[in-house]
Design a protein around this ligand. Structure first.
Ligand SMILES: Nc1nc2c(ncn2[C@@H]2O[C@H](COP(=O)(O)OP(=O)(O)OP(=O)(O)O)[C@@H](O)[C@H]2O)c(=O)[nH]1
Length: 461
């Protein structure tokens, strides 16, 4: 219990487990185990998120009391409840043990192997808890040991595959994601409509075992179209509905073979859409990372030449349409070679990063800034007069001159920058970023010839 809010967190966790147990008890057929038991999946997710609070003697004891209390308060025998609770908790802790070392992405269902990890972790949990809960339920409900154990095992595994992916994916809703491509409305709506239509068709024709797979193609379509959380919600709703509506199965040990095969079928089927969703998320993440690397300079983190030209061209296109004004600044650190030669390339790299940071802090959010190559950088200032562009360039010069730069060995390092400015009062579609960069470069050359550490404005256009 290291953190001050641990006590409150533990209280919430106990309340959540208690409520989940009550929900499971409500869904319990008379005289046997629950059809749907969400408490163990909830506990596993809480263990993965807050091990420092729950995987402590006090945490485990409080959770145990929550399990037993829910059962005993609803009229169950204390010893049977104790056996069930031990089975539930040992199962959840075993799943935590095999899953907790995996990456955050894997544990948020966004990894290529997330679905298999959930299948594995929940399979371990189901097996371990069935080894304890099976004999207890066989005793409590007077059923043969094998039936009791198989019922527990299959029920536990299926429950986990239905609920756990959703609970694991929940934090991804809060995560800031890179801007997504906007999809047309039909592409957003159709996969979900297809799921509903195929599910309705399966119920309308009265399909039994076959109904399990009716909506699989639509679920795969959802997995390729939606974010991971949405896919886990749809999958959970579809399969939870199947369990509730599957009134043709009596979920008691009397129909043990039907129940076990139905549950194992559901467990394996869910793997399909979840695996596709995980692989799709992993691929999208990789593409985003590659796109970022293609457009950003790896040393300074600002736009690379390629990224700068692309971003600026978009600004130019928009401004040409509005006949707006724009300035392009070309910035070049003065005598940078000397910095490398005197203090080494490490200090040179460090200065480039600090210089980029200084410029970013001086610019407005709508300005575009990138590294054109070596110690040369460029800025696009949209909607600006020549006078204001020169003022901003002077401000940049001053900020660099006043910058508190350092060598790698923490010695003070002074730096200055020369800036060439090209300004266009009314952009036309004929203006290109390449031409403007060339004009700014000519002005920069003049600034260097005038002794550096100054701003030169190119001819008015
Ligand atoms: N440390 C470091 N040096 C770089 C990098 N890219 C280019 N350079 C160096 O930057 C130096 C640029 O030298 P010059 O073009 O002569 O320019 P300068 O010394 O700044 O002289 P002026 O521009 O005329 O003031 C070269 O020595 C390059 O090796 C880089 O990523 N890191």
């Amino acid at each position: 219990m290291s953190k001050p809010h641990s006590g409150r967190l533990l209280a919430y966790a106990c309340a959540a487990v208690f409520a989940a147990c009550l929900l499971g008890i409500v869904l319990r057929p008379i005289g046997f185990l629950s059809v749907f038991w969400p408490a163990n999946q909830l506990l596993l997710v809480l263990l993965l998120r807050y091990p420092h609070v729950l995987l402590q003697p006090l945490g485990m004891a409080a959770i145990f009391v929550s399990y037993v209390a829910a059962d005993v308060l609803t009229g169950s025998n204390l010893w049977v409840s104790t056996g069930f609770s031990v089975a539930n908790m040992v199962g959840a802790v075993s799943a935590w043990w095999v899953m907790h070392k995996h990456s955050k992405r894997d544990l948020q269902m966004e990894g290529q192997f997330s679905a298999l990890l959930v299948l594995y972790g929940s399979g371990v949990a189901a097996t371990v808890s069935a080894a304890i809960g099976g004999p207890v339920s066989a005793y409590a409900f007077s059923v043969p040991l094998l039936k009791g154990t198989m019922m527990w095992w299959t029920g536990e595994w299926m429950n986990a595959m239905i609920l756990l992916p959703f609970l694991l994916a929940l934090p991804s809703a809060r995560k800031a994601t890179l801007p997504q491509e906007a999809l047309p409305l039909p592409a957003i709506v159709l996969p979900a409509v297809a799921v509903v239509a195929l599910e309705a068709a399966s119920y309308a024709v009265g399909a039994k075992i076959g109904s399990l797979a009716f909506s699989l193609p639509a679920l795969l379509w959802c997995a390729l179209s939606y974010r991971i959380l949405t896919t886990t919600i749809i999958t959970m709703l579809v399969f939870a509905t199947k369990i509730i509506i599957a009134s043709w199965i009596d979920f008691t040990p009397m129909h043990f073979v039907d129940v076990a095969t139905f549950r194992l079928g559901v467990t394996m089927l869910i793997l399909g859409p979840l695996s596709v969703a995980g692989a799709h998320a992993a691929r999208s993440e990789l593409l985003n990372r590659l796109r970022y690397q293609a457009h950003h300079d790896s040393l300074t983190g600002v736009l690379s030449r390629n990224g700068f030209v692309q971003a600026s061209s978009l600004v130019l296109q928009r401004l040409a349409h509005e006949r707006g004004s724009l300035a392009v600044l070309m910035l070049d650190l003065d005598h940078f070679k000397r910095v490398n030669d005197t203090h080494g390339h490490g200090t040179g790299d460090h200065l480039l990063c600090e210089f980029a940071r200084t410029v970013v802090h001086t610019l407005r959010p709508q300005d575009v800034f990138g590294r054109i190559g070596g110690e040369e950088f460029a800025v696009v200032l949209p909607h600006i007069s020549a006078q204001d562009a020169a003022t901003i360039a002077e401000r940049l010069c001053l900020a660099v001159r006043a910058g508190k730069f350092q060598t790698l060995s923490n010695e003070p390092l002074s730096a200055t920058v020369s800036i060439g400015v090209a300004h266009v009062a009314q952009l036309s579609p004929r203006d290109s970023i390449e031409n403007l960069l060339r004009d700014a470069d000519v002005a920069l050359y003049q600034a260097k010839s005038r002794g550096r550490n100054c701003v030169m404005l190119g001819p008015a256009r």
